[in-house]
Design a protein around this ligand. Structure first.
Ligand code: SF4
Length: 293
């Protein structure tokens, strides 16, 4: 007998691609807050924030009370907040975000540079995860320095992960030639995320990602989705390992973006209820806000 399954399985029978894995009460997935419009002293040439036009009203920061209200009421899984340089400017806003998330018993991850984490460790005290942004644009990449800093940051109540940006073929070569393995073997680093520049430059195309992942195959086999994480668009759109994780963003203005990496906001809003109504049936984007070649 012919295998009924094989004959009847045609594309139109295939289930619609999964758009989200989040239950309604976590519908927004990882809700990101950018405290500043685009004011970062580091000024990485490929920064997706730097590519934004900046809020129409010229707002330079997000109102702390607004953020607290959103964190108290919106349906999300975890909060992510970026802390750029000079960090002192954002102490008040950061405290408000972390306090509101912790009061609701929600994880809160703070992404920042090695310099900020080293010089302002107190500002990170209540975070549940510290994401250290690592690539040559942010200063020399030294495994021993990262080992020492992660040792100071890692606590039973706080994870440390490295966001490693594939910022150039030369740096990718260093990563694939042993540096990535060194990062993964650091006992005080809980996870390493491979971050692609967005929008991807011509050299960082699908073929390059697949070639890079095959160069680190032993690490992929051992750690993928446990301690090693590929970029969201690589995981979802290139490897097809699941839907977009949903990373909506709230930035000064106040601006809402369905995907934190999109240049223009979907809309602006003033009051928490206005946003809550507009995202009541939020689904992660079906496509990324940039071309994947
Ligand atoms: S739309 Fe693409 S880039 Fe944005 S969060 Fe989803 S997978 Fe990532």
């Amino acid at each position: 007998m012919e295998n009924p399954v094989s004959t009847s399985t045609t594309t139109e029978d295939a289930p619609a691609p999964l758009r989200t894995t989040h239950p309604p009460e976590e519908r927004l997935g990882t809700l990101s807050f950018h405290l500043d419009g685009a004011i970062c002293r580091v000024n990485c040439e490929y920064c997706y924030l730097g590519a934004r036009p900046g809020p129409r009203g010229g707002a330079r920061s997000l109102d702390a009370a607004l953020m607290e209200e959103l964190i108290k009421t919106l349906p999300y899984k975890e909060v992510a907040v970026s802390l750029s340089e000079p960090a002192e400017m954002w102490a008040h806003g950061l405290k408000a975000v972390i306090r509101a998330a912790r009061n609701r018993d929600k994880p809160v991850a703070v992404t920042t540079t090695l310099a900020v984490a080293r010089n302002h460790i107190g500002m990170l005290s209540e975070a549940t995860r510290v994401n250290l942004s690592v690539d040559p644009a942010k200063g020399p990449v030294n495994v021993r320095v990262i080992a020492a800093l992660s040792k100071d940051l890692n606590l039973p109540s706080r994870e440390v992960s490295l966001i490693v940006t594939l910022s150039s073929p030369t740096f990718c070569d260093q990563l694939a030639s042993g540096m990535l393995q060194q990062f993964l073997e650091l006992p005080t680093v809980d996870a390493v995320a491979l971050n692609g520049i967005k929008p991807p430059p011509p050299w960082l195309d699908k073929a390059y990602w697949l070639q890079f992942l095959s160069r680190i195959q032993p690490l992929v086999d051992r750690y993928l989705d446990r301690r090693l994480f590929s970029d969201c668009y690589v995981h979802a759109r290139i490897l097809g390992l699941g839907p977009c994780p949903g990373r909506p963003d709230i930035s000064p203005g106040a601006e809402f973006r369905s995907c934190v990496y999109q240049k223009m906001p979907d809309f602006e809003f003033q009051a928490p209820e206005e946003l809550a109504a507009k995202v009541a049936d939020y689904l992660p984007p079906a496509v990324c806000p940039f071309k994947i070649v």
